[in-house]
Design a protein. Structure first.
Lengths: 355, 296
């Protein structure tokens, strides 16, 4: 088969993305695009986490940490003025290779920053590095231990961000410059570029989705499903389980960091709440609602729930809503909300014990 | 560092350490009867502090603390009956996620009831500046009250589990659930009791520590992580080792202040947790043989 069926679904999603944009243009509700753009970036993290949780059965309560690594490093490198260090060897080298960017501050003073492209790569690279260092020992753990270890990692990132001046302490980093992907294509929160940014975000999300879909339909994907089914059996069949788990952990961290980096440029800033434990729990809740090993479910729920939350539909009960969702889904539908049919509600109790 | 300062740090370390030990014992009690790590354990301490502060307006201090402990025990029992009791054979992942959800719900409820403000019970004896001389340094009597109350709880619990028939039945459930059922022990009720017990000791610790550490709606998560670190450090399920581990962590944390910024104090505990998880997941005092038999 030269053209797998999954590409049809992606094409369908693409049509829906275009359709929604046209609809908002027709009905004069283009302001929805802002939240849809942000929801798309969050969903990029969520499909990465879905791969980790659903296909390798590893729970991570630290993904907001990776998101923060991506966002904060991008934001700090492109916002901090390095002109005082301009004569050091590293910066000289970066200057020669065109990785630095000269611009002017609001008050007309010259600023020397890292260009967003290298900053983004450094941010993702850092997340990958941290994921490797953390992943090798952590992924030997299971259940409670893994949950606590990743939760602990998330809290360390939160504390570091709150305590370091370089990352703006409690205020976070603001006035992050636009990210010029290509001439004429730039990630920023300017209203004039709202439609462009909507398509950049969704383009990135669809790209990520296609990558992951291809991954799970490959040899790696089959190995992953065997790990989820039974780790011992997979190992007995010659699947190098720990290598695959590390591989996926690193990929999901890179997705989270990329999402953080782009969103920091889109919002023009990032604050410590992005690194908070509640954010990590929220991502886990969304993956759970989507049905764990279901990329499409995770993507749809990621966009829907993030959009509703960003529109302020949950009011001051924002975190509580995600707590309730988490409990209800885990109690009544551990296979995700899409698995529920009306008759299943009554059978759920009988079916769940095997889970 | 002179000896007076050294003792100050030491007492601060012991105070926090014994509080962490109480949280760890709370984890252990529930873990032993159910195999579940209750991520909402830290919230019990927050509830104990908050409820006793609110009750203090209507009644004297000892009564307020007693009411807080009873109400928190009731909440613990409710949590078990509503969320845990009827799930048969749950996977570890599912229970972890459910108890995390419960901790969020308690925290959010507390936020809506008590707001974001930081509260505290008044000092039980004297005021914040009252101090007594101990070994040539001056410490607050409240520190001694915390250490005393927690030590009594640890002692009481170990006597309870060793010598009362109820305590023995609970230990039987943890040793072998099926065999306990066959002996006519109502395992499900013992599980409810274990939730009440750990809620109760958590609430009492939360109330006595409140004057020193203050109480805020989101205290729980930090305490839960420290308590878990201690539980792992001592070997999951081993309560007396948890006390030793708690003191070790508390003292390390207290002395870390002298060479690390205060903001990184939490990171110390978590780094220790990560190192222990990698090197000795069965704890400092546990045996690896026994740990392998349990489901991680």
């Amino acid at each position: 088969m030269t053209f797998p069926k999954r590409y049809l679904a992606v094409a369908g999603l693409l049509a829906m993305v275009v359709g929604i944009q046209q609809l908002t243009a027709l009905t004069g509700t283009a302001y929805y695009l802002t939240q849809l753009t942000m929801a798309a970036y969050y969903s990029l993290l969520i499909i990465g986490l879905c791969l980790l949780m659903g296909y390798t059965g590893q729970l991570s309560l630290g993904h907001a940490g990776f998101f923060a690594i991506g966002g904060y490093i991008s934001a700090a490198l492109t916002t901090h003025d390095f002109s005082a260090h301009g004569d050091t060897l590293l910066l000289g080298l970066m200057e020669k290779t065109g990785m630095l960017m000269h611009r002017q501050s609001l008050y007309g003073e010259p600023l020397l920053n890292v260009h967003p492209w290298p900053a983004c790569f450094i941010a993702i690279g850092m997340a990958v590095l941290v994921a490797l260092v953390l992943g090798v020992p952590v992924l030997r753990l299971k259940g409670h231990y893994l949950a606590m270890a990743t939760l602990g990692f998330g809290i360390i990132i939160y504390r570091v961000v709150l305590a370091s001046e370089f990352f703006g302490e409690a205020d976070g980093i603001s006035e992050v410059p636009a990210f010029n992907l290509l001439p004429g294509l730039s990630v920023n929160g300017d209203f004039a570029f709202r439609v462009t940014n909507y398509y950049i975000a969704w383009g990135l999300l669809l790209l990520g989705l296609v990558l992951l879909l291809n991954l799970i339909h490959s040899r790696v994907g089959r190995a992953l499903r065997s790990i989820h089914g039974s780790e011992e059996a997979a190992e007995a069949m010659g699947v190098d389980t720990s290598r695959y788990k590390l591989y996926i952990f690193v990929i999901s961290a890179a997705f989270a960091a990329a999402a953080g980096s782009f969103l920091a440029h889109y919002n023009g800033g990032i604050g410590p709440s992005e690194a908070g434990v509640m954010k990590s729990v929220r991502y886990v809740a969304i993956v759970a609602v989507g049905g764990m090993a279901n990329l499409w479910g995770a993507l749809l729920m990621g966009v829907l729930l993030n959009f509703m939350s960003l529109r302020g539909m949950f009011g001051t009960y924002d975190d509580a809503v995600f707590g309730i969702i988490l409990i209800l889904i885990m109690l009544f539908a551990p296979r995700g909300i899409l698995s529920l049919r009306m008759t299943n509600v009554f059978r759920a109790r009988a079916k769940t014990p095997g889970e | 560092m002179d000896s007076s300062l050294f003792l100050q740090y030491l007492f601060a370390g012991i105070t926090y350490g014994i509080i962490y030990a109480i949280v760890a014992i709370g984890f252990n009690i529930i873990y032993n009867t159910t195999g579940i790590i209750n991520f909402a354990q830290g919230e019990f301490l927050m509830l104990g502090g908050m409820i006793s502060i609110s009750m203090l307006q209507f009644m004297p201090l000892p009564l307020a603390i007693a009411v807080a402990v009873l109400v928190t025990m009731l909440i613990g029992a409710l949590i078990e009956m509503v969320f845990i009791r009827w799930i048969n054979n749950p996977s570890v992942l599912r229970m972890v996620v459910i108890t995390i959800g419960i901790s969020i719900l308690i925290r959010e409820a507390a936020l809506h009831v008590w707001g974001e403000s930081v509260r505290a019970l008044p000092y039980f004896i004297g005021s914040a500046v009252t101090s007594i001389a101990v070994f040539g340094t001056r410490i607050s009597p409240q520190v001694l009250i915390v250490i005393g109350a927690c030590s009594i709880m640890v002692l009481g619990l170990s006597l309870f589990f060793r010598y009362t028939s109820l305590g023995r039945e609970m230990r039987a459930c943890s040793a072998n659930r099926r065999a306990a059922t066959l002996c006519g022990i109502n395992v499900k009720n013992k599980v409810t009791l274990s939730f009440m017990l750990s809620a109760g000791i958590g609430a009492l610790a939360g109330a006595v520590m409140s004057p020193i550490t203050y109480t805020q709606y989101d205290n729980g998560t930090g305490l839960a992580i420290k308590g878990f670190t201690v539980a792992i450090l001592g070997g999951l399920g081993n309560s007396l080792a948890a006390v030793a581990a708690g003191l070790i962590l508390g003292i390390i944390e207290a002395f870390s202040v002298s060479f690390l910024p205060l903001a990184f104090q939490d990171a110390v505990a978590i780094t220790i947790l990560l190192i222990i998880l990698f090197l000795r997941p069965h704890g400092l005092f546990g045996s690896s043989e026994a740990a392998r038999l349990k489901e991680f």
